[in-house]
Design a protein around this ligand. Structure first.
Ligand code: PLP
Ligand code: COI
Length: 344
């Protein structure tokens, strides 16, 4: 077992034992191999460097209360990677190959799987990148699929579930109308870096992006989906430019199991004033309650015109949802939907 401060991991890169990779060339994937070499060796003309021929995933493995190792919904991540890879015109792994390589990654790096009881997990980062040399704009014919991992705690770096602040991004979009927002492409994150840097300099933890076509509806946070609580209703945006979050999908099922009404629909910006609790949700952030959202016409150099507030503490319903999904992942709650892949 690695000697780490399991209660204070935060969300950052730590080198583990190995990375698992497979190479696609001439219509075939090579047998996955575990390597201690964390560097890629391929041409500086590879498409990934020039045209962002790259997509990725994020999922977690947990050490349960019963000592068993669970990976949360890897089949969903496999299918989402396939849709991203297909959009980029690249070869992509089968669902089984994706899952097998994730399992291999967890097993080969088991010393880095956080023990139960620290609220920590092993974050798996599968990436699919185009590697053949090219000059013109084209989909990559040769591809590397690689699964790496890092032990992580909370995304915010706080010791436990804590609230954060956000600003509405009115003058920068992360996705274009009819663009790539619904795929997990590396390019989407590059687009968000500039406004994120600005927001972080101003002390905001998150950026809330609007639908890029009309800028009147809520889309999602730059790192995660948007979910709000209104009475006994779970509200989350329906939009073509939002990443279909597996956490959000799971929480919707959990909310329904708890007797809540689930509404996936258009969410006008002004409705922020009617919500009792607002959260970011995703694999990295799990559920992160948002205590305030500032609206300003421009991210830099303009005054806040309105602030929506949701209280300093974690909301009651959000906490219930958080405890339920974390309980399922840790084996403390019954996995009635069969979401966990339990390793032998
Ligand atoms: N939205 C964005 C932009 C993300 O980067 C993520 C993280 O993967 C999510 C939503 C949440 O998706 P998931 O719950 O599948 O991790
Ligand atoms: C995830 O939640 O898995 C993501 O990919 C988001 C990123 C901010 C780490």
């Amino acid at each position: 077992m690695a000697n780490l401060d399991w209660g204070n991991l935060g969300f950052k890169y730590r080198e583990t034992n190995v990375v698992i990779s497979s190479h696609y060339k001439d219509g075939e994937w090579s047998a996955p191999v575990a390597s201690k070499d964390f560097d890629f060796h391929f041409s500086c003309f590879a498409g990934v460097f020039h045209y962002a021929n790259s997509c990725f995933e994020g999922l977690k493995a947990f050490r349960g209360v019963d000592g068993k190792v669970r990976i949360f919904r890897p089949d969903e991540n496999a299918r989402r990677l396939q849709s991203s890879g297909h959009h980029l015109g690249m070869a992509y792994p089968s669902e089984q190959m994706f899952i097998d390589m994730c399992v291999m990654c967890v097993k080969e790096n088991i010393d880095f799987l956080p023990p139960y009881g620290y609220g920590a997990s092993m974050y798996l980062r599968p990436v699919l990148i185009g590697m053949n040399p090219q000059l013109g704009i084209a989909s990559s014919k040769e591809v590397i699929f690689c699964v790496m991992c890092s032990p992580v705690g909370t995304y915010s770096g706080a010791a436990s579930l804590s609230t954060g602040t956000a600003a509405i991004s009115r003058d920068y979009d992360r996705a274009a109308p009819n663009g790539t927002g619904k795929f997990k492409l590396a390019a989407n994150y590059a687009i968000s870096l500039y406004p994120y840097n600005m927001a972080h300099e101003q002390g905001y933890r998150e950026l809330l992006f609007l639908d890029p076509a009309t800028k009147t509806r809520i889309d999602e946070f730059g790192s995660s989906n948007f979910l709000a609580i209104k009475g006994n209703t779970y509200v989350t945006p329906l939009s073509d430019s939002v990443l279909p979050s597996i956490t959000n999908k799971s929480l919707q099922a959990v909310a329904a199991d708890l007797g809540m009404t689930v509404e996936k629909r258009v969410v006008p910006v002004e409705e922020l004033a009617e919500f009792e609790e607002v959260n970011a949700c995703g694999t990295a952030v799990v559920i992160t309650p948002i205590r305030s959202i500032d609206d300003k016409p421009a991210l830099a150099g303009s005054e806040v015109t309105r602030t929506y507030t949701y209280g300093e503490k974690v909301g009651k319903t959000s906490e219930k949802l958080y405890n339920m999904i974390r309980g399922i992942q840790d084996g403390r709650e019954q996995d009635i939907h069969g979401w966990n892949l339990i390793l032998d």
